[in-house]
Design a protein around this ligand. Structure first.
Ligand SMILES: Cc1cc2nc3c(=O)[nH]c(=O)nc-3n(C[C@H](O)[C@H](O)[C@H](O)COP(=O)(O)OP(=O)(O)OC[C@H]3O[C@@H](n4cnc5c(N)ncnc54)[C@H](O)[C@@H]3O)c2cc1C
Length: 390
């Protein structure tokens, strides 16, 4: 057996939550080792849109956390050398109930702390993006706060930066199969650490399975697509989404007209709730359009994708977006853990010295750096109705 090695902190999981945790630990001068089972991260953190999406978060703690995360993403993109586009977002309204929700949101936006967003006329929306479908457009909500990264690029660049700048030790291709705190044993090594952060994403079976087993938590499978780079350097500008997105994000829940929007969609488009579809399109630095997504819940997601879901997503997309080349170059699905009690995250201490950070659902890119900072700085407070820290 190899010699015993030591670190102040071990992070398990090389997705965005593990990387954000390692960053905030290392910035505070801690000696960190990060273990990732695969030879590179291949989980939700590289399968997502790459959207840093404050506008979708509920007002208050989550929105503020998203804004703090956003600042860190900005700093890290510069320092680690990955692309980040401050492209903002447009929510496009074509139906009367969609426009009513946008008006209600906009009327309360400043009071709820959503800075800088406002309603646009159809003409002003078309000026923001050449990708907006003009036919039937009633207007749009513009928000400047959203940004886009290519998650494959960002998640690949961060380990090299953290190793070079802060001396974080990375052990890729290294599963942690059990923790005997303060000891960690891997196939080849033994470590003694001061604290452990378990950021294992959708793996609920390997570490502390007894803790996961008792939690109101499920998994969510999402289907996604990507085009080839758009011809002639065509740029979409802001990320675009349509009326279905207003049903998806908590930020719009207080809008009175949401009820009739829900009702109409249930009546006219039953496939939307059958597959949990809402549709967004963004563009990465390579010019590719990233399009999704669906939401199918259950602890054992099917390994088999459904072409009918992709078809519905593309049919809905063209109701609000016009792009030069919609031929799909890649299709995939991703899976993330999703609290079923409405919590926005899970931060638990299964035993003294060990912290689990998980359960950020569809907002892990958006909230990662802000949440990790609160946990490491000791300022994190579990929300009412969320998971309670023991
Ligand atoms: C299709 C899709 C689209 C999304 N779009 C967005 C978006 O646009 N914006 C946004 O904010 N969020 C988005 N999300 C959500 C976001 O991607 C996730 O919340 C986030 O990536 C979760 O990060 P994570 O580090 O917890 O999990 P993961 O990325 O899954 O990382 C966990 C890692 O832990 C490793 N691991 C687990 N157990 C062990 C072990 N025992 N030993 C060693 N390693 C281990 C795994 O191999 C894995 O690499 C999306 C998610 C999906 C799936």
């Amino acid at each position: 057996m190899n010699q015993l090695q030591s670190a102040d902190a071990a992070v398990i999981g090389g997705g965005i939550i593990g990387l954000a945790t390692a960053y905030h630990l290392a910035r505070r001068g801690r000696k960190v080792v990060l273990f990732e089972r695969n030879t590179g991260a291949v989980g939700a953190s590289v399968r997502n849109f790459g959207l840093l999406w404050p506008i979708g978060q509920p007002p208050g703690v989550a929105y503020e956390r998203a804004l703090r995360s956003r600042e860190t993403w900005r700093e890290l993109a510069r320092a680690a050398g990955f692309g980040l586009h401050e492209n903002g977002s447009l929510h496009l309204a074509y139906a009367a109930d969609e426009w009513a929700v946008l008006e209600e949101f906009a009327a309360t936006a400043a009071g709820n702390g959503y800075g800088g967003c406002g309603l646009l006329s159809p003409r002003a929306a078309l000026e923001k993006s050449p990708g907006v479908q003009a036919a039937g457009l009633r207007g749009a909500l513009w928000s400047p706060s959203e940004m886009t990264v290519d998650p494959r690029e960002a998640v690949a660049a961060l380990p090299a930066y953290l190793a070079g700048k802060f001396g974080v030790t990375f052990r890729f291709g290294t599963a942690v199969n059990g923790i005997d705190f303060p000891g960690i044993r891997t196939r080849d090594e033994r470590w003694r650490v001061g604290e452990v952060y378990v950021c294992g994403g959708a793996d609920f079976e390997t570490l502390y399975p007894e803790v996961f087993a008792g939690l109101p938590l499920t998994r969510c499978k999402l289907q996604m697509m990507r085009t080839a780079p758009q011809p002639g350097g065509w740029r979409l500008g802001p990320t675009l989404c349509g009326g279905l997105t207003l049903r998806h994000y908590a930020a719009f829940r207080h809008c009175p007209s949401l009820a009739s929007l829900h009702e109409r969609v249930r009546r006219e488009q039953p496939w939307v709730d059958q597959w949990g579809i809402h549709v967004m399109v963004t563009q990465n630095g390579a010019g590719e359009l990233v399009i999704g997504d669906s939401h199918e819940y259950g602890l054992c997601p099917s390994p088999f994708d459904q072409p009918a879901i992709d078809q519905r997503i593309l049919e809905y997309l063209v109701t609000f977006a016009r792009v030069p080349d919609l031929r799909i170059a890649q299709r995939w699905h991703g899976v993330y853990p999703k609290p079923t009690n409405g919590a926005t995250e899970l931060v638990l201490h299964p035993e003294p010295g060990v912290t689990m950070i998980n359960g950020l659902g569809g907002a892990g890119m958006t909230l990662s750096f802000g949440l990790a900072e609160e946990v490491i700085a000791g300022t994190y407070a579990p929300p009412e109705g969320g998971f309670q820290t023991k």
